[in-house]
Design a protein around this ligand. Structure first.
Ligand code: NAD
Ligand code: IPM
Ligand code: MN
Length: 363
């Protein structure tokens, strides 16, 4: 099968983990006889350095012409002093908007062999399998006005949290649909005791719920949800929430698996290419050292194979290869106390490729 894949490595460890993904995709193409046409594009700081803006038109059209997009990460200290509109992160936000990627799926699954890497106790994390469904194109990230101004001699800064009923409805529906395909439990997370947008969110959830009688749903305030994720993460199946809450809760949830370097994500629209990226950032503290964990990005490739490229066997083979590598005790530095035995990004990728070759037999 012929598929066009755009890869946007971005900044910091982005290019390092995207290199791992390119090697794995190429190998999957070879094993399964797919013709993956991979094209690279500029985004974030890399694009600022090359052409003076974080989201080149060319990158948007490359993505629109692709079947799927893989992204590393954007941002870093070099660009931190730029005005908000010109920052690398603005490039990523603009791309999410341009592709209408309103549904961000962030699965949190525990690998049994990694239990010791999590700061939480074994009996709390064993068997955790939850999915955070984060609204990705609305809320505080995009609301207007967003500005600084002087008011009565005081400097003030404004961000706006705005959601329309339609925006809430489409993400909540996606949450219910996903819950139906899983264990049938949905937790909607909001701050309805304080925020008007959350009160509308709740109303919409109650309405949409009528179409999904098989899903058992409840509302939870976000501060409580943050606590419950640590106290008893097994209670959750699907959590649906607005943009900013989903951002924060997913970083928190990554520690259930032991490292931010483990969590993948899929950002989907109603139609059009999906974008797949690790939930972590450009990790400036370890960039260039060759020690970044590539597994969040490789699991994002598995999500790309499953969700957008309609290649379930390939997705399963890759996920199995990642499991095998962890079961065999291979760890990058973020996953082990034993620094001497830690693998580099390239070595970890080699192990995944070996496991792929060993477990896959395709004629
Ligand atoms: P970060 O996720 O980059 O790093 C947080 C910590 O986790 C760091 O100690 C880092 O070394 C570690 N870490 C992250 N990914 C890792 C991996 N794959 N392997 C091993 N360790 C890993 O968050 P931050 O430091 O708050 O942000 C750094 C920059 O990244 C900022 O400019 C931020 O805006 C950007 N960022 C981008 C994205 C994205 O592109 N999607 C996401 C988050 C943050
Ligand atoms: C993420 C990141 C982004 C976000 C930033 C870099 C814009 O933290 O993908 O989780 O907040 O959405
Ligand atoms: Mn984030």
């Amino acid at each position: 099968m012929r598929k066009r894949i755009a890869i946007l490595p971005g900044d910091g460890i982005g290019p390092e983990v995207c290199e791992a993904a390119t090697r794995v995709l190429t190998e999957i193409g070879r094993i399964y006889h797919h013709d993956f046409e991979i094209k690279k594009g500029l985004l974030g700081g890399a694009a600022i350095d090359a052409i003076g803006q974080p989201l080149p038109e060319e990158t948007i059209s490359l993505c629109k012409q692709s079947d799927a997009v893989l992204l590393g990460a954007v941002g870093g200290p070099k660009w931190d002093t730029l005005p908000g509109e010109q920052r690398p992160e603005k490039g990523l936000l603009g791309l999410r908007k341009a592709l209408d990627l309103f549904a961000n799926l962030r699965p949190v699954t525990i690998f049994d062999s990694l239990a010791e890497a999590s700061p939480l106790k074994d009996d709390i994390i064993e068997g955790v399998d939850l999915l955070i469904v984060r609204e990705l194109t609305g809320g505080l990230y995009f609301g207007e006005p967003r500005e600084r101004r002087n008011e009565g001699g005081q400097e003030i800064a404004i961000d706006t949290l705005v959601y329309s009923r339609a925006e809430i409805e489409r993400i909540v529906r996606r949450g219910f649909e996903l819950a139906e395909q899983r264990r049938g439990v949905l937790t909607s997370v909001d701050k309805a005791n304080v925020l008007e947008s959350s009160r509308l969110w709740r109303e919409v959830v109650d309405e949409v719920a009528k179409d999904y009688p098989n899903v058992e749903y409840s509302h939870m305030l976000v501060d409580n949800a943050a606590m419950q994720l640590v106290r008893n993460p097994k209670q959750f199946d699907v959590m649906v929430t607005e943009n900013m809450f989903g951002d924060i809760l997913s970083d928190e949830a990554s520690m259930i698996t032991g490292s931010l370097g483990m969590l993948p994500s899929a950002s989907l629209s109603e139609s059009g290419p999906g974008l797949f990226e690790p939930i972590h950032g450009s990790a400036p503290d370890i960039a260039g050292k060759g020690i970044a964990n590539p597994l969040a990005t490789l699991s994002s490739v598995a999500m790309m194979l499953a969700y957008t490229l309609q290649m379930p066997d390939e997705a399963e083979a890759l996920q199995k290869a990642i499991n095998n590598v962890l079961e065999n005790g291979y760890r990058t530095a973020d996953l082990t106390e034993n620094r001497e035995s830690a693998l580099s990004t390239v070595e970890m990728t080699d192990k995944v490729l070996e496991a792929l070759d060993k477990t896959t037999t395709v004629s």
